[in-house]
Design a protein. Sequence first.
Length: 173
Amino acid sequence: MPYAIELYLDTESSKTIGEIRNKLISEGINIDQGTKPQISLGIYNEVKIEDFITEIQIFSRKIKSLNINLSSIGMFVTQEPVIYLAPTVTKELLDIHAKFHSYFEKYKNQAWDYYLPNNWVPHCTLAMNLDNDMVNRGIEICSKIRLPLKARLDRIGLIKFKPNKQLIEYKLE
């Protein structure tokens, strides 16, 4: 099973994104059930999970929480499209991502390419696994979101998926 390392949004912005997700669900649009609003730093295939958890705990002490602006709506046009909120990319956000991948270098062969430095598109997923009708309705709903949404990345965690199961979560300073 794959594992995702995620930076979680603060309580208030998570509530706002939860309301958006609920609107999407009410319109029959798929969301990623069982996840908190977040920006993934990396996704890895099989890893020795006990060691990985220990290293995430250590890494969590090396980074600080970060204010971000979710400033645009985007879409990954793949076989199963994804609609997301995109943060304004800042040096601080890129630095956290680079530090993460430097620290977890020994796991690079297990990492999904989309999340590696120079490939990464930071995003907060709103809807996924969409057919054409869901894409159109989802974009219509999301076009009404008042942007930017101010948020704070204040925790780091690890989930195992599918199905999604939270394994750990640590507060950032």
